[in-house]
Design a protein around this ligand. Structure first.
Ligand SMILES: *Cc1c(COP(=O)(O)O)cnc(C)c1O
Length: 405
């Protein structure tokens, strides 16, 4: 496949990446998503939108984030060099704000007064509440009652930022029910509201929009790496939950002679069934309004999934990832909880960077490959910082005192 014209060709006008993607929606919501798609395709080319987004990236988010060479960590593994794209230094501590600010700006350009979303662990809710505060938009976040109890600091953050957090009490009271509640709200209110999806998933145009807003990561990283080193990295890698930080990192490298690898959470291992490695063990299907690779239970419904990193436990993956694997351009591999925790402590101890548990999966993969390769260079998207995970890690794994120099 020729990747020099990739962004012009994918997705197709109806939101397809090959056979994946599309928009599977209740009749009543078809016009609302069509409106967003058409508006986005017009607005994203307007110089006013582009320059406003650029200003926000620079002045509010603190972009560009740096690329950092992990000298000590690399030395411990051999001669292969590991580099990090520091999305942990993006405002609010992760990459999610990159697409939330884009979605907020789009809402503003469309004259909408309100943005809504669902959230699981609360990371997307916090990023969207931040965007809403910046743009002066009303914000409602749907969150399962069970998740609200588990994620008190994020719930407090959303409220301090001015968002309304609505507890969802139906079913298992977690993410799936929160998605349903947010869709229901959107159905009633789409005239003045935009529904903002939290990853490169969902019905068209979200996989495309979120991808486009996240490509700032890969564009910056590619330029910075080449400026620093004078050549391209051998391997580019990122963790994959829904796939937004990964797709943003990968797309600008598609036309380069670079190996690209997405890293999925293998949780407690394949045998236990406690994982969320959708690409590795899943099959094609439709859920949450799009066609992709997914993990199904016996009845063909989304399977219950697990990862130590709550941002990675999603039973499907963005349709563009399914397509890029089929096109033989991107590979997918997986990392267990145990490997991710090991990388969490090593990056903290040897580099002074506490990674998010999600990002620690990508670091763990880079460490494994660095040992195998012995030479060359690996560029990792460090999608977020680990402050949010500290209490959990300390309770279950201690402070890593056995990691010594
Ligand atoms: C949410 C989250 C992820 C997973 O989401 P993607 O859409 O797959 O990028 C990864 N890392 C961090 C830090 C997150 O907060």
């Amino acid at each position: 496949m020729d990747f020099s014209t990739y962004l012009k060709e994918y997705p197709s006008a109806d939101g397809r990446f090959g056979k994946y993607g599309g928009a599977y929606l209740p009749e009543k919501l078809i016009p609302a998503f069509k409106e967003i798609a058409e508006a986005y395709l017009t607005i994203c080319h307007s110089s006013q939108f582009v320059s406003e987004l650029r200003r926000i990236r620079r002045e509010f988010q603190g972009r560009p984030t740096p690329v950092y060479h992990c000298e000590r960590l690399s030395r411990k593994l051999g001669h292969c060099q590991i580099y990090l794209k520091r999305e942990d230094l993006n405002h609010t501590g992760a990459h999610k704000l990159n697409h939330c600010m884009g979605e907020g700006l789009l809402a503003k350009f469309l004259g909408k007064k309100r943005i809504i979303a669902e959230t699981g662990a609360g990371q997307h809710g916090v990023a969207l509440a931040t965007a809403a505060a910046f743009f002066g938009l009303d914000c409602t976040i749907y969150m399962g009652e069970v998740d609200i109890a588990k994620q008190a600091p994020n719930v407090a953050r959303m409220k301090v930022l001015g968002a309304k957090v609505v507890p969802v009490t139906s079913g298992l009271k977690t993410l799936k029910e929160a998605v349903d509640a947010a869709f229901e709200d959107y159905l009633q209110n789409y005239e003045d509201t935009i529904y903002c999806i939290g990853s490169a998933v969902g019905p068209h145009p979200f996989p495309m929009m979120v991808r486009d807003f996240q490509t700032v990561v890969g564009i910056e990283a590619r330029e910075q790496f080449v400026e620093m080193m004078g050549f391209l990295p051998d391997v580019v890698t990122a963790c994959v939950g829904g796939g937004s930080n990964a797709i943003g990192m990968f797309v600008p490298f598609l036309n380069d002679p670079v190996e690209i690898v997405g890293v999925e959470p293998l949780g407690r291992g394949q045998k236990t069934g406690d994982h969320a490695a959708s690409m590795t063990f899943g099959s094609e299907g439709v859920m949450h309004g799009f066609d992709s690779i997914m993990l199904k239970d016996g009845e063909g419904n989304p399977a219950p999934v697990y990862s130590v990193a709550s941002g990675l436990d999603y039973p499907s993956v963005g349709p563009e990832h399914a397509f890029l694997r089929e096109a033989d351009r991107v590979k997918y591999d997986s990392v267990t909880d145990e490997e991710a925790i090991d990388a969490f402590f090593k990056l903290s101890r040897y580099e002074g960077i506490i990674p998010a548990l999600e990002s620690a999966h990508a670091v763990a993969y880079a460490m494994r490959r660095a040992k195998e390769k012995g030479v060359g260079s690996i560029l990792v998207n460090l999608s977020g910082r680990g402050d949010k995970d500290l209490d959990y890690v300390i309770e279950h794994y201690g402070t890593g005192e056995n990691y010594r120099d």
